[in-house]
Write a protein that binds this ligand. Structure first.
Ligand code: ATP
Length: 249
């Protein structure tokens, strides 16, 4: 894995979003939003449906450009960078709904994860082995088309595809969506294993209580504004905040 020691100290700020406004055309969604993620940590971003969580991840990954404020990743302002440059800097986004090439094999989808990167065969095999170690089922099904996998396995493949780039920061949008409880456990275990191997994680998750269990810090969005942040255990213990993030589905 890319260890987080190549720049700065463990625990320093890897990502900071500073007072950003973000919207779609003339429709404003986020207003004055601030968030930060410490290197090596798992941070949870929670809030009801429509609060703006996915919009914030899209802004961080360069799919949307903030009209105000800035975003700094690994010491560099990225708010005006194109998505491919942000990926190149080591910030990967696994979007909600697993965007895979369904008719291509599991192997091909993993290979697409390193598209455009130069590496030798040994380097490639090492990355592949890491993914298969975390998700053995992907090795068993490596020759099958991605579309033939179950929902949980496709989620693992989407995370595996991102892992192939050895991200410094991995943003996961609703990784448990549509999964059975057993598969949810596997995906959460994988997220913890990734963090232990040195990857910093920003997690958006509808299973808020589960997310707060594995996160060290949490950020609460409500109607496009960040209304609270702090140690995840404190956020989990607040009855008042629970009302803000618990879904009115
Ligand atoms: N492509 C888009 N064009 C216009 N408005 C959008 C678009 N995507 C989202 N929105 C609006 O932005 C607001 C925030 O949506 P967003 O998807 O970021 O919320 P969320 O917190 O991720 O919720 P969910 O859990 O439902 O995905 C909503 O009012 C939504 O209707």
């Amino acid at each position: 894995m890319t260890m987080a020691s190549n720049a700065g100290q463990a625990g320093d700020l890897l990502l900071s979003v500073e007072d950003v406004d973000v919207g779609y055309g003339h429709v404003g969604v986020l207003e004055g939003v601030t968030l930060s993620v410490r290197r090596g940590s798992i941070a949870a971003l929670v809030g009801r449906n429509g609060a703006g969580k996915s919009t914030l991840l899209r802004a961080i990954s360069g799919l949307l450009t903030p009209s105000r404020g800035q975003i700094v990743f690994n010491g560099r302002a990225i708010s005006r960078d194109k998505p491919h440059a942000i990926v190149g800097a080591g910030l990967l986004h696994v979007a909600e709904g697993r965007r895979l090439f369904r008719s291509q094999s599991v192997d091909d989808n993993l290979e697409l994860g390193v598209y455009g990167l130069k590496m030798d065969a040994a380097g490639y095999q090492r990355r592949l082995a890491r993914v298969f170690e975390l998700f053995p089922v992907l090795e068993e099904k490596r020759r099958l088309p991605a579309g033939a996998l179950s929902g949980g396995q496709q989620q693992m493949l989407a995370i595996g595809q991102a892992m192939m780039r050895e991200p410094v920061l991995l943003m996961l949008d609703e990784p448990s969506l549509g999964l059975s409880p057993l598969l949810v456990d596997q995906v959460f275990a994988a997220i913890m294993a990734l963090q232990q191997a040195g990857t910093t994680i920003l997690l958006v998750e509808q299973l808020v209580e589960r997310a707060l269990e594995i996160a060290s810090e949490a950020w609460v969005l409500q109607n496009g504004r960040m209304i609270a942040s702090g140690p995840a255990a404190q956020i989990a213990a607040s009855e008042e905040l629970r009302a803000a993030y618990m879904a009115a589905h």
